[in-house]
Design a protein around this ligand. Structure first.
Ligand code: PMP
Length: 447
């Protein structure tokens, strides 16, 4: 009841200030594309809990699979014994891997842990130390993951030294090249590949370089799909020098972009791929997949974690993969994506001086607003809700208006970007409703 909630809310003062939050109150339930709060607010969820509940909240088959597993065994520790869902999940993942060479899995709880494991794997099997990452990248908030994160200083400010041996090249995103959205894709790609060449001859010798890590769609850096030519260029450099290509599909994977994995758009083969978020629709689970030939070089016991590959999470993930097939999720993503792009492009056409760019892939879509202040002035509403600066900013203001109108939505990056992460099985009606709420919010803010 709400009196319980209000007596509970006093304990929010005992929660660390290190967490940000975009809404007030207590979220009490979720069903499909909607969540409810203790005060009766019902919100359309265009965040999916940051790209996690991709098949909607409390999907009946996924919740049932988890509940059933709870009655069998919850914790069959992965260094003690296999459990059935662990191996069943591998059986279900193998046929959807973007390349048949990806045949060796290990599971973790979070995306960050899987990133850490991928870096450890790359260093171990190559015997090389250095890692190249992308400007604007987000790979997590643990120490190794933070070291390859380049999206916002807020994540690592004041906690250096981070893991050494990390080098950065620009991602083909006009902002990072000091350009406008009109700069041609091929010009962006050649500039970035040129920077990689320079880096490998000036700063980190190929024989010292273990891996290049990249998100196929730059996520927290602004929702920018990597051009195919860039990914192919990275693959060629990796092949030439024996460097491993790590593809971080934590946010872009599991049908989010209209293919099972975003890397499929390029046809590029990852040496290591990282998955999490949508993999288990809300149960903590992440995965690293690579080639047996590489992972055979690991010493047994060098990888692992108390909760890694939890049985309930793996059972949920099995149900996720089944549902993605049975419910034709990819075709819904592609149909709804076309509708979303068309609605957002209409808003751009109506407000050309305020809406700078509409971009993304599938249902991982962003709207960027014009920012007179420039990127340095922008703060993320999640990270720093109390910053007075937020109120002055376009993306945060629009997101706030959406929330007031009953739709959860997030901003991203140091630019003026609102990101759309609706459920992949959202109905045509709810998608339209969300786009309409966004249009009203934009109109209210620009008025
Ligand atoms: N990689 C990417 C691409 C992500 O988007 C995220 C989370 N936003 C992570 C890694 C880290 O995942 P987690 O928050 O589960 O540690």
């Amino acid at each position: 009841t709400s009196s319980d909630s209000s007596s509970l809310l006093k304990y929010s003062r005992n929660v660390t200030n290190g967490l940000g939050r975009i809404t007030e109150g207590i979220m009490t339930s979720g069903k499909g594309s909607y969540v409810e709060y203790d005060d009766g607010r019902k919100m359309l969820d265009f965040t999916c809990g940051i790209g996690v509940t991709s098949l909607g909240h409390c999907h009946p088959k996924i919740s049932k699979a988890a509940a059933d597993q709870c009655m069998n065994i919850v914790h069959a520790q992965c260094s003690i014994a296999f459990h059935e869902p662990y191996l069943k999940l591998i059986k279900k993942l193998l046929p959807i891997m973007p390349d048949p060479s990806l045949d060796s899995f290990f599971f973790w709880n979070s995306g960050s842990e899987a990133v850490e494991a991928s870096l450890k794997l790359a260093r171990t099997v190559t015997g090389r130390q250095n890692i190249i990452c992308m400007q604007g990248a987000y790979h997590g908030r643990t120490f190794g993951a933070m070291a390859v994160t380049r999206s916002k200083t807020i994540y690592s400010k004041g906690v250096a030294p981070l893991m050494p041996g990390v080098f950065t090249i620009p991602f083909p995103f006009w902002h990072q090249l000091g350009e406008t959205p009109d700069l041609s894709e091929s010009a962006q790609v050649s500039q970035c590949l040129y920077q990689l060449d320079l880096l490998l001859s000036q700063q980190t010798a190929p024989s010292d370089t273990a891996a290049i890590i990249i998100e196929p769609v730059l996520g927290e850096g602004g929702y920018v799909p990597a051009p195919t030519a860039f990914l192919k260029g990275l693959r060629a450099v990796c092949d030439k020098h024996g460097i491993l290509l790590i593809i971080d599909e934590v946010q872009s994977g599991f049908s989010r972009t209209g293919k099972f994995f975003a890397i499929e758009y390029s046809g590029v083969r990852p040496d290591i791929m990282i998955m999490a978020k949508g993999l288990a629709n809300g149960f903590p689970l992440s995965a690293v997949v690579s080639r047996t030939e590489l992972t055979d070089k690991l010493t047994p016991g060098s990888m692992g974690g108390t909760y890694a590959g939890n049985a309930v999470s793996c059972a949920a993930a099995c149900a996720v993969v089944d549902a993605m097939h049975e419910e034709n999720v990819l075709s819904n993503v592609n149909a709804r994506s076309a509708e979303l792009f068309s609605a957002l492009n209409a808003i751009k056409t109506a407000h050309p001086s305020h809406v700078l760019d509409v971009r993304g892939q599938g249902l991982m879509v962003a709207v960027e607003f014009a920012s007179p202040a420039g990127p340095g002035a922008v703060h993320d509403a999640v990270a720093a809700p109390r910053e007075a600066a937020v109120a002055a900013q376009m993306a945060s203001r629009v997101a706030k208006k959406c929330i007031e109108r009953g739709m959860l939505i997030l901003t991203t990056s140091v630019y003026e970007v609102v990101r759309f992460i609706p459920p992949l099985n959202i109905t045509k009606e709810d998608l339209k409703k969300g786009a309409e709420i966004f249009r009203e919010a934009v109109e209210e803010v620009v008025r």
